[in-house]
Ligand binder design. Sequence first.
Ligand code: SF4
Length: 524
Amino acid sequence: MENMFCFQCEQTAKGTGCTISGVCGKTAPTAREQDVLTCEMISLAKTALDKGCIMPDMIDRIVDGLFTTITNVNFDTSKIETLAAQTREQWEACGGEVAIEPEDLFHGDENLISLRSTLLFGLRGMAAYAHHARVLGKRDPEVDEWFIKGMAALAEEHSVDEWLALLMEFGGVNLKCMALLDAANTGAYGNPIPTEVPLKIEKGPFIVITGHDLRDLKMLLEQTDGTGVNVYTHSEMLPAHGYPELKKHPQLKGNFGTAWQNQQKEFENLPAPVLFTTNCLMPPKPSYADRIYTSSVVAYPEMKHIAAEADGTKDFSLIIEHAIKLGGYAEDQERTGVNGGKTVTTGFGRQTVLDNAPAIIDAVKAGAIKHFFLVGGCDGAKLGRNYYTDFVKQSPKDTVILTLACGKYRINDLDIGAIGPFPRILDMGQCNDAYGAVQVAVALAGAFECGVNDLPLTLVLSWYEQKAVCILLSLLSLGIKDIYIGPSVPAFFSSAVVNVLVEKFNLHPISTPEQDLAEILGNN
Ligand code: SF4
């Protein structure tokens, strides 16, 4: 008998769905409450549309509620219950009705559930980006309105063609949301510049900060200025080192740890507290649970949570005091990435790459660069993910690897050489910097007077959670074809949906690095 049903991420049980408890550590009660919250938000959106009843905080409620339900974000059933109850109160006050019951959310016709779930999971991903942009003061009315439109659409009947059209429209809106976040991040902290990041941990007290929220990092840096407490990024926070307004704080020393899925091992004996600003939080082991702090929508029962004040500021004094009390390491600790490298380089953001476009174009014209690969996306625990490391290692020396998001930890300490002044691996940033990668692709297409699909560029994506879903839909909405995706096809794509994506977009499930490289480079 099913205790729950969740199939939103790549590590879902048996590749079909978690039904007893989540592989991610989510319990059945938490999963059920997330379904309740999702249905309350759908009812709220439907009420808003049907009754014209718009309340000022309604969009933020939906954005934060969706963000809460992303994989590895919030494991606190009572907090989710509270959000659901507050959402229900709001639509009831507007005279709304139940739009959909939780037990119907993922049950029904296989293809319609697949299409509906794809939109829901995409909306969850976009919510994370909208949240990060909002805390930096950026909103886009079109994006905000689409949260209502998209959520309400989940309770409506649509033909397959109508669902596909909605998904493509959503992909275009998500691109605008990523553009908004790009403007928010670069507007607040400057355009990223190439920066070598040490993996060494210096002696003395320190804090590790993980997740995507640059504003949390900025506030932490301002509050640790002059305290003697160093700050190290972890996982998706690594690209922060490239932003001028963040890197100017000398205590932002380097990056700690490797991929997010190694945290239970890497945090075990750490003499420092860890701040989670977003996913991916794994259930903390008792040995280090007292050193975990959460902020924003991230939560785990009994973990210390740092909430925002009414003006959005956060007081990190508790975690700073904790770092001082723990004291850090007595001596400097030499650390390496998974391939043995002692440093990693980040900061090849959109603007830096575009500034170098003339030299890149010359290198292509001279034959020094034959092909670009965007090898990016999420990391995860699945063994098959060594495909991405092997793909990069086997890529010819006249190819450039653009990368972004946390999957880069498999490759970012590799030394695979350079082409002229450019290292062959260029880290463009976090997952939302897929927007920057699109801008680069469009600029190159303009320079070569061709379409993006005609460029010597192939996207080789790894997916894990729902932000990858919204990015994939944005890429498809732009008409980008021949994307390779792995390590497996999402469980929520029915075989009919996969067939449509293969036929329409020539989507390729990954095979082996040898076979895919041969296929892409025409060596078959
Ligand atoms: Fe399973 Fe992923 Fe859902 Fe967690 S988020 S319950 S691992 S499908």
